[in-house]
Design a protein around this ligand. Structure first.
Ligand code: FMN
Length: 382
């Protein structure tokens, strides 16, 4: 199949990946109501067609956290993304660098921050989960800063991991250890291309940033358990002080859906926020990110950079989010589908699709720069 859009890359990813991995990426929490709402609410937003303006040159560059970016996109932090292709986070970070956009490495990525830094020459963004062990948190912050990272995404919507039933059924997280291992091995055996590229050649399959805590022999079940045991339900706004004391760069709070929380993030010293419901993977029934966005953009005005993610699969979706006040959009599943489907080339193709679609959308809306995008260009009907 020749992939034309992101849905096609999703299908290719499904063909190439073992079931437990595809379901992990693709799935959401509980009944996946919010997962679906992220897409549906984006698609409901119509845009105005405006004609006979000179749109021969469309500029997509802007500034984000003191850095010039050439597209209003960021590759979102995705846990164990490096299992989708051999050393996957490094491959994606290189493409992000090539395209002039930031790559954000997850705390629970497969590649370590040292490996990603070695693979690229632009600074990466780092995403932090506040673990119970504050000594570890401090260490992670120091390590990333020493490697030149200046932008921290602090994810706050995962104080407890949610229930994702696809992971239980697939054998990633459910049943006995024996059943899980049997499921994963048999699913991998029928995907030989993945089994060779990642299963055999892509080792180690660790969570690179915290591998030193669990030791070399740790497998996917040990890590799963570590994550369950180490997410900290006692974290509050006060912990932002601790992060501030140990981090000198920008802090972006990710996982905000309420205007009050946005104001609290601003008061706590964050320079940006991501309107996000974790791609529908945490609180099912929560508002879609695109519906939450306008009230939050209004609440913080120009005092903070407002970013958004959740359900973005087309350049048209990106334009919709920018019209509603986002400075840039994070891509989660989209880049991972590309990586799983066609390795590094897949991530490149996915970003090229976004770039082309943003340009076409803007041209047909009569816009030539990102500054032209505003709410007046949308037709919002419920
Ligand atoms: C498989 C998967 C793993 C994720 N892991 C993380 C993570 O480690 N840290 C984090 O802050 N967000 C994580 N997210 C959420 C993404 O950063 C992002 O918010 C979400 O994917 C956006 O929705 P989209 O996938 O519809 O674009 C993950 C998302 C997916 C799909």
């Amino acid at each position: 199949m020749i992939a034309a859009n992101i849905d096609d890359y999703r299908l290719l990813a499904q063909r190439r990946l073992p079931k437990f991995l595809f379901e992990y990426i693709d799935g959401g929490a509980f009944d996946e109501v919010t997962l679906r709402a992220n897409r549906r609410d984006l698609q409901k937003l119509r845009v105005k067609q405006r004609i006979l303006r000179d749109v021969s040159e469309i500029k997509l560059n802007s500034q984000l956290f003191h850095r010039d970016i050439s597209l209003p996109l960021v590759l979102a932090p995705v846990g164990i993304a490096g299992l989708n292709a051999r050393r996957g986070e490094c491959l994606a970070a290189q493409v992000a660098e090539e395209k002039g956009i930031p790559f954000c490495l997850s705390t629970v990525g497969t590649c370590s921050m040292e490996e990603v830094q070695q693979a690229t020459s632009t600074d990466f963004w780092y995403q932090l989960y506040v673990a119970r062990d504050r000594g570890l948190v401090k260490e992670l912050l120091q390590r990333s800063e020493n490697l030149g990272c200046k932008t921290l995404i602090l994810t706050v919507d995962m104080q407890v991991p949610s229930a994702r039933y696809r992971d239980v059924r697939s054998g990633l997280a459910g049943g006995s250890m024996l059943r899980r291992q049997f499921a994963r091995i048999t699913q991998s055996m029928i995907k030989p291309a993945w089994a060779w590229d990642v299963g055999i050649m892509g080792r180690p399959h660790t969570l690179g940033n915290i591998a030193h805590i669990l030791g070399k022999g740790a497998g996917i079940d040990d890590y799963w358990q570590w994550m369950k045991d180490n997410f900290d339900p006692t974290v509050t706004w006060k912990d932002l002080d601790f992060i501030r004391e140990n981090w000198s760069g920008d802090i972006i709070v990710k996982g905000i859906l309420e205007a009050d929380d946005a104001r609290s993030a601003l008061a706590a010293g964050a320079s940006g926020l991501v309107v996000s419901n974790h791609g529908g993977r945490q609180l099912d029934g929560a508002l879609s990110a695109i519906r939450a966005l306008p009230a939050i953009a209004d609440a913080v005005g120009d005092d903070m950079a407002v970013l958004m993610d959740g359900g973005v699969r087309t350049g048209l979706d990106v334009v919709r989010a920018l019209c509603l006040g986002a400075k840039a959009v994070l891509l989660g599943r989209a880049w991972v589908y590309g990586l799983a489907a066609r390795k590094q080339q897949g991530v490149r193709e996915v970003l090229n699709i976004f770039e082309n679609e943003i340009k076409v959308t803007m041209a047909l809306m009569g816009c030539t720069t990102l500054k032209d995008l505003n709410r007046e260009l949308l037709i919002i009907d419920d």
